[in-house]
Write a protein that binds this ligand. Sequence first.
Ligand code: IMP
Length: 189
Amino acid sequence: MSSASTAPVFIPASQCEVLFSEDEIRERVRAIGAQISKDYAGESIVLVGVLKGAAIFLADLARSIEVDNTFDFVAVSSYGKGKTSSGAVKLIKDLDVPIEGKHVIVVEDILDTGLTLSYLRKLMLQHKPASLKIATCLDKPERRLVPIEADYVCFSIPNRFVIGYGMDFAEKYRNVVDIRLFPEELAGK
Ligand code: IMP
């Protein structure tokens, strides 16, 4: 390969410090699932996962929820190859099933600046759901640019770039089973 290649640096995930272990994640996802089951007892819910980052969290969360639930996915433009968002959010994949009159929970991997979830919340509300809540695996409150809070949060974290459990850097590391800190000097490139 040419030395002038601009491919992002790949370092083994094992070299990245673990922030939350598989066990810690499992425990929190189960707790959130139990809370949702309690809050929606006797109801049916639709989980709307935000691709691709929330796919793994949604898969675990759906299986931790005891009330009747179905799921769907939407996709929006993301951070691309680096960690800096342009601020522009665009819908790439819409809902497959109607959510009018349904109890909806949007499931996200990370609530960061809040731009993505503000956009999605507005979009979902146009479909007139019976109710709308937000569940996120991680929350970075320090980074918020628009006022939005999640109803269910597994972990609140400082302003650090993370990978694993569905979360990527340049589309890599989504398969890593735990959540790890990605070196800032590489994430910024
Ligand atoms: P927001 O619109 O700034 O809230 O961006 C949310 C999206 O940014 C998340 O769904 C992630 O895809 C991405 N993101 C934010 N922080 C991280 C991170 O630390 N690692 C990986 N992706 C991140």
